[in-house]
Design a protein around this ligand. Structure first.
Ligand SMILES: [Fe+2]
Length: 429
C-alpha cells in the first residue's frame, strides 16, 4: 500500500508540470505571425516564362521594406569563389496585400540568353539580404529523354498530409525536370496561409526544379459583384508565359520542353476563346508529344459532377490533333482511361489527387484503372517514341502504369502495365 501511494504521488508530481504547461499554452500560432515576410527572400520558386532551353524565371517574396531587388546568376562551379563573377539582373517588384494584414513584395526575374543543357547557380536578394545559392539546369534545345512529376489537387491538408506526397515524389525521382500541377493548388484562393503551406512542403526544391501550374476553381474567388476572379496571389506567385489569349495571361499558355509541347488551359473561364487558341497551338506543332493540363476533367470520375461544355468544346480538338495525354484534377479520386475505351481517339485522360480531400468514385466504362481515398503523384517519362506513365501512391508504391508508343499515321499504341494489385476502394461494391 505504501508503495502504491508513493507511486501515485510520483505520477502526480510528473504530471503536474505538464498540465501547467498545457494550460499556459496559447493555442496554435497565428498565421499572421508564422507567415509574415521579412527582408530575407522566401517562397523562392522557379517557373518558365519563355523557352526552357535558354531562359529561366524565378519569383520570391520579401516584406515591403525591400523595394529594389536583384538576382545574380553564373554557370555552376564546384568551387566556392564564383560570387564576384556573377551577373546581376534587376527584378520586377509587385505588392500583394494579404488577408493576414501585411503587404508582401513579390519579385521576379527572367534570366535570358542562357546556354542549353547547362547548370547555373543563382541567388536572389536586395544586396544585403540574400537567399542561398540555388542550382538549376536549362533544358536541352533538342528532343531528349526526360521525366516530370504531375500532381492532382493539392488543396487540403497541404502542410500536414500533402507535404509527404511531394517529398516522396522528389526523394524517389530527383531527376524529374519539373512539377506539373493540375489546378487547386490551394483551397482558399486569397488566404496567404494556404500559399505559405504550398511552399512549405517543397521548400528549397522549388528553387531548383521548376513548377508548371494551371489554375483550378479554388484559385478563384467571387468579387463584390459576384463574379469569380483569379486569386490575387496567382500572378505575383508565379512568373509564367503570357502567350495565351488576352486576359488569360499566365493561366492559359504553352511551352515546349525537349520534344514535348505542354499546354495549360484555364478551365475556369472562356472555353471557346481558348479552343481557338488551342487549335493554333496544335496545328503548328513541331513537337513529337503533346500534353495538355487543366483542372475540370473531360470525363468526370466522381459522382454528380460533369463538365459537358469542356467536353463539347475542347475534346473535338484533342481528337483532331491526337493530343497524347490530358492531365486533370477537380474530382478528388483517381481515374485513368482512354484509347480503347473512349471512342474517337488517341488521347489518354487522367484525373488524380495529391492532397487529403477525397470524394466517392463514380465507376465508369472509360476507366482502365481507378481508386478512391488515396493520395497520388505521377511520374511521366518521354523517350523518343515512347511515353511511360506511372501513378504512385503517397507510400511510393506503384498503383497504375502504361506506355504509349508513337506510330506514324495512327493513334498511339497502348501497352497496359498496371500492377495486379486490388483496386483501392472505401468499400466493396
Ligand atoms: Fe479540388
Amino acid at each position: 500500500m505504501k508503495k502504491f501511494v508513493s507511486l501515485s504521488a510520483l505520477a502526480l508530481a510528473l504530471a503536474l508540470p505538464t498540465f501547467l504547461v498545457a494550460r499556459q499554452a496559447t493555442g496554435p500560432v497565428s498565421p499572421a505571425i508564422l507567415y509574415k515576410p521579412t527582408p530575407r527572400p522566401d517562397r523562392v520558386i522557379l517557373t518558365w516564362a519563355a523557352d526552357p532551353a535558354t531562359t529561366q524565371a524565378v519569383t520570391w517574396r520579401t516584406d515591403e521594406t525591400v523595394t529594389k531587388s536583384v538576382a545574380q546568376i553564373i554557370e555552376s562551379d564546384a568551387g566556392p569563389k564564383f560570387e564576384p563573377q556573377a551577373q546581376s539582373v534587376d527584378a520586377k517588384t509587385e505588392a500583394l496585400s494579404t488577408d493576414l494584414g501585411f503587404t508582401a513584395h513579390y519579385h521576379s526575374v527572367v534570366f535570358r540568353n542562357l546556354k542549353p543543357s547547362t547548370a547555373y547557380s543563382y541567388r536572389v536578394g536586395d544586396g544585403q539580404n540574400w537567399s542561398e545559392w540555388f542550382t538549376f539546369k536549362t533544358a536541352s534545345a533538342k528532343a531528349e529523354p526526360f521525366s516530370f512529376i504531375y500532381f492532382g489537387d493539392v488543396q487540403n491538408g497541404i502542410r500536414s498530409l500533402w507535404s509527404r506526397v511531394f517529398r516522396r515524389a522528389y526523394s524517389d525521382h530527383p531527376e524529374a525536370k519539373f512539377f506539373l500541377y493540375a489546378g487547386d493548388l490551394v483551397n482558399r484562393a486569397n488566404q496567404d496561409a494556404d500559399w505559405a503551406e504550398l511552399h512549405e512542403g517543397p521548400g528549397w526544391v522549388n528553387g531548383c526544379t521548376p513548377t508548371i501550374p494551371t489554375p483550378g476553381n479554388h484559385e478563384t474567388e467571387k468579387d463584390a459583384e459576384g463574379i469569380y476572379r483569379l486569386s490575387r496571389h496567382w500572378r505575383p506567385e508565379f512568373t509564367l508565359p503570357e502567350n495565351g489569349p488576352r486576359g488569360l495571361e499566365e493561366t492559359c499558355y504553352t511551352l515546349d520542353y525537349q520534344g514535348v509541347r505542354i499546354i495549360s488551359l484555364n478551365s475556369n473561364e472562356r472555353h471557346q476563346d481558348q479552343a481557338q487558341w488551342l487549335e493554333g497551338q496544335l496545328k503548328n506543332n513541331p513537337m513529337r508529344w503533346t500534353v495538355v493540363t487543366f483542372h475540370h476533367p473531360v470525363f468526370s470520375s466522381a459522382e454528380r459532377r460533369d463538365n459537358p461544355e469542356i467536353r463539347a468544346i475542347w475534346k473535338p480538338i484533342f481528337d483532331k490533333y491526337k493530343v497524347d495525354l490530358v492531365l486533370q484534377g477537380h474530382d478528388h479520386t483517381y481515374a485513368r482511361g482512354g484509347l480503347k475505351n473512349v471512342p474517337d481517339h488517341g488521347t489518354m485522360y487522367v484525373v488524380s489527387v495529391s492532397g487529403s480531400k477525397m470524394y466517392d468514385l463514380n465507376p465508369q466504362s472509360w476507366m482502365n484503372r481507378r481508386a478512391e481515398d488515396t493520395q497520388f503523384y505521377q511520374v511521366i517519362r518521354v523517350d523518343k517514341d515512347k511515353l511511360t506513365y506511372e501513378a504512385r501512391m503517397a507510400s511510393g508504391e506503384l498503383y497504375d502504369a502504361f506506355e504509349l508508343r508513337k506510330r506514324s499515321g495512327q493513334t498511339n499504341q497502348l501497352v497496359e502495365k498496371t500492377p495486379r494489385t486490388p483496386e483501392r476502394r472505401r468499400k466493396a461494391e
